[in-house]
Write a protein that binds this ligand. Structure first.
Ligand SMILES: [Zn+2]
Length: 69
């Protein structure tokens, strides 16, 4: 088996989650994060929690960000 896409690890995935949630990330990098998340229960859990905190923080004042997603 050979990976054409360079796999990223947990620290890099978690570091990039905030950029991902703000849509400040390149599509190719986003793809790699998604690939990691589906195979890593620890990171997907971290991601869901972070996403919920972003939604709560943005509720009401920045509803436009959610609508643009
Ligand atoms: Zn991970």
């Amino acid at each position: 088996m050979r990976d054409t896409l360079q796999a990223i690890g947990c620290p890099e995935t978690r570091a990039a989650m905030r950029e991902y949630l703000r849509h400040q990330i390149l599509p190719c990098r986003r793809r790699r994060i998604e690939d990691h998340l589906v195979g890593c229960p620890g990171c997907i859990r971290e991601f869901v929690e972070l996403r919920e905190s972003y939604w709560m923080a943005g509720a009401g004042s920045h509803a436009g960000l959610v609508a643009a997603a």
